[in-house]
Ligand binder design. Structure first.
Ligand code: PGA
Length: 304
């Protein structure tokens, strides 16, 4: 491997990501034969095939998979080095990859505005997805920081709770239960319910609570987004359980009502999470510190 160059590793990483020499050539502004020659030389240096071709698509061999993980490691360390050097020069700059749970999308983008103004050299890629996918990305070490609301127990992680994320029962404002207080959870038995997709943390939390109290969920509709669920509730299709944060922007115009049901809200918390062995980059650390201090205060005052 001593003969392999950093450039070849970069070409390999892009080719592996696209599964295609042509697409890699496009991304790198190279010709397709140049990419393919670089990969032949790299294969020779490794001494084993890196790709196998099925139809038009390239798949990684075992050696290819090992090399991809190694490349990701090398590029991440080089990124960290760049950021550390910029930091020594008194600048915070670099790339920040965040992966947040769907409920956090109501607040994290708002925090990014002031954060990016404070650190104009930092650019951010934000992935918003459900619980299962956040855990998958955490397992694959694809991002710098993760914000789930239920940290996975089976992974070795650093986990810092920073804000409450209560889950509440939401109904259309004209629902017969909407003016009642202290509604018994049993009264939700059989109510037409709108649920999130499988893999959603919200859905899992509701299913667990209902199972504990022997309530059967009459699923009328399954939807993959909190926003569509709000529209479906307003449209009279049923009731649902959502994070209180999902409703924060609709306070005035709302056709929705939070029901006062016993055992609700389900108390959850957003956490800042990263794998235990991972050393946070300078920019990830800057975001971590920002969210735990000023950012958190800003959210709390918005909610007050
Ligand atoms: P979900 O997660 O998008 O997976 O439902 C929401 C949450 O756990 O806060």
């Amino acid at each position: 491997m001593k003969q392999a160059t950093l450039h070849q590793l970069k070409v390999f990483e892009v080719t592996a990501r696209h599964g295609s020499f042509t697409r890699a050539a496009e991304e790198l502004f190279l010709t397709q034969p140049t990419v393919s020659i670089q990969m032949k030389q790299l294969t020779r240096a490794v001494g084993l095939p890196l790709f196998e071709q099925v139809g038009k698509r390239l798949f990684l061999t075992e050696a290819g998979k090992e090399l991809l993980a190694t490349c990701q490691d090398i590029f991440e360390r080089l990124d960290r080095f760049d950021m550390a050097v910029a930091n020594l020069k008194g600048l915070k700059q670099g790339h920040l990859r965040l992966c947040v749970i769907t409920t956090a999308k109501y607040v994290i983008p708002r925090l990014l505005g002031p954060f990016c103004r404070q650190y104009p050299g930092i650019d951010v890629a934000l992935t918003v997805t459900n619980h299962e996918q956040v855990v998958e990305r955490l397992r694959g070490n694809l991002d710098d920081l993760y914000i789930p609301s239920y940290p996975p127990e089976h992974l070795d992680i650093q986990c810092h709770p920073f804000l409450d994320n209560p889950l509440v029962v939401v109904a259309p404002s004209q629902h017969p239960l909407s003016d009642r207080q202290r509604i018994s959870i049993q009264e939700l038995d059989g109510e037409p319910f709108i649920v999130r997709e499988l893999g959603s943390g919200t859905r899992q939390a509701v299913e667990q609570l209902f199972a504990t109290h022997g309530i059967s969920m009459n699923i009328r509709l399954e939807l993959g987004s909190n926003e569509s669920i709000k529209q479906a509730i307003a449209g009279g299709l049923g009731i649902s359980v959502l994070s209180h944060h999902c409703l924060a922007l609709d306070r005035e115009s709302s056709q929705l009502k939070i029901l006062d049901v016993e055992h609700f809200p389900i108390e959850r918390h957003w956490h800042l999470v990263y794998p235990s062995g991972k050393q946070l980059s300078v920019v990830a650390q800057a975001f971590f510190d920002y969210v735990s201090t000023e950012g958190r205060e800003m959210i709390e005052s918005n909610l007050a």
